[in-house]
Design a protein around this ligand. Sequence first.
Ligand code: ATP
Length: 356
Amino acid sequence: MSFLQLHEVCKNYGATPAVSSLNLSVDKGEFISLLGPSGCGKTTTLQMIAGIEAVTAGRIVLDGQDITHTKTHQRGLGIVFQTYALFPHMTVADNVSFGLEMRRCPVAERRERVQAALALVHLDQHGQRYPRELSGGQRQRVALARALVIEPPVLLLDEPLSNLDAKLREEMQFELRRIQRRVGTTTVMVTHDQSEALSVSDRVVVMEAGRITQVADPLAVYEHPGNRFIATFVGKANLLPGTVLEDEAGLAVQVGALRLPLPGPVFAAGSAVLIGLRPEKLQLRPAGQGRVPGRVEECFFLGSQWLYRLATPLGELMLLAPNDGSAALNVGSEAGVDWPDHALRLLPADSHSARA
Ligand code: ATP
């Protein structure tokens, strides 16, 4: 049963469309990420849900109520921005308590709820500190506690972790997901970080140039990207031009000198297609083995993996090999490159977006 719905929502700034005919249904308790490149309309969409920006056209429905023209404070949503926006002159506890005071919550209940919200984000020992006495990650957790303490029907997060360093950001991603699971608040998060969207969301909404181009669970977005842009924006991908052929054995795809059995979805014979192969699905073999020969052009150490760039008769291929503790292949050495049939993805050759 969908809890938050956007029907044909549009936003124009002057004559310029920022968001066009957006349709989205979010279930109760679901964690949705709006993912896309800078300027694709993520923040505008979130701000329309929040009521900070008015819609140009369309409707927003929350729990069966049309809230399209409801004022921000009457929507009662929890909002966390990337710049925590804590009150510097108030203690952590007072910052968290603020929204409850505005709602005229009785003092005793307020104290209890503030303590519970701070415990949720592991800051129950820090209630009397001021924001300046906290680390970036702790401040962000206060902002989260402040948004959650009012028990909002929907939590809106706009790049909430982008001010944090890489390590803390990763920790906070897991923490955010844990807290959201525990509290069960329906959550919509804006991010341009694909790994963040994949690791925290129930479903990922990919946006390009003001439109939604794919909505699916993280694994499906990664394994079956809807177009060429998504294939390269969400993870790394080798994309090779190919043509669909029909021979005695059925449909196949010709890529360079290779003829490969055709995976779904089915394209008609003669179609120009793009073959998608994720670098981690490719395997290194000794020279003379595998599907194609490859010469090592470059090799980068990533810690848990080696990233190779290989020159092959099909073109350059990226290959991610797990680090098993042994040395990498030398630049210039010859190898074979292999992949299982099921690793192959087909995309229409003209599947590009405004930004691809
Ligand atoms: P980012 O990741 O950079 O924040 P975004 O995907 O959140 O980008 P939006 O901020 O929603 O993108 O902007 C969408 C489009 O609308 C952009 O082209 C932007 O320049 C434009 N835009 C946003 N706010 C305004 C405004 N107040 N006035 C005019 N144009 C705006």
